[in-house]
Design a protein around this ligand. Sequence first.
Ligand SMILES: NC(=O)c1ccc[n+]([C@@H]2O[C@H](COP(=O)([O-])OP(=O)(O)OC[C@H]3O[C@@H](n4cnc5c(N)ncnc54)[C@H](OP(=O)(O)O)[C@@H]3O)[C@@H](O)[C@H]2O)c1
Length: 237
Amino acid sequence: MKVCIIGISGKLGQYMVEHCLARGYEVTGVCRPESLGKLERFGDRITVFPGRTNDPQVVAQAVGDADGVLTVLAPWGTDDYASGTAKAVMAAAKPGARLIYSCGWHITRDGKDRFSLKIKLILALFGPIGRWTGLVDLRDQYRATDLIFESDTDWTVVRGSDLEEGESEGLPVWSEHVQDPILRSNKTRRIDFALFMVEALTDDGLIRKAPAINGCRTPSALEHGASRPAALRTSLA
Ligand SMILES: NC(=O)c1ccc[n+]([C@@H]2O[C@H](COP(=O)([O-])OP(=O)(O)OC[C@H]3O[C@@H](n4cnc5c(N)ncnc54)[C@H](OP(=O)(O)O)[C@@H]3O)[C@@H](O)[C@H]2O)c1
């Protein structure tokens, strides 16, 4: 399988490289020129196209005829970075390619997510501050995911919980809405977020879904995982 990783030099991107190489996938990617050094350890096992992830030409070169594209939707800047990235990926990908995007729990597909006070406070505070400083534009992440949800591509939008570093615990559990009991612990290892993104490439059951994920060893996953339908259970062994 040929896989392109958009935002390959970030923490999530590098974990996705490791999972892809372990599966024998051919890996290309896009990262900002100043971040190339972060990928040195992969040597010639990956092919990197330096550039901004919302640059259609760079993205098209990197995506080529990839079977799957893993995109880190980052909320940086106020120049439509996330929506520009999503547009560039959708324009470049071949028909039928699996397109997997990362974002946070604050994104909702159907408006039925009930957000915790913590998420509401973060959005209320960091939304305006991020825009005022020019660092982050969360509204553009909403625009990006709306474009993806409305597209007729084979997309999956993976909504990450709070993240932590650490060794892999296994494939995260997921559910449709962030208030679902299995997600209550709200904690996923970043390496397992990456694992879920890479596994989604070959999981047709996730096409046109926006799973909210949570670590498979967290208390809420262990408490509620066993009662979930088999199709939704993951590696809780
Ligand atoms: N952090 C969390 O707690 C959290 C929680 C839930 C979901 N998520 C989601 O997880 C994904 C990865 O997030 P992460 O926090 O783990 O970070 P990350 O993997 O380190 O990725 C951040 C990405 O943003 C790029 N970036 C950083 N600064 C930038 C700038 N000023 N302009 C343009 N691009 C810039 C990075 O590229 P460079 O390598 O070039 O810097 C990298 O590709 C995102 O989709 C995020 O929404 C994060």
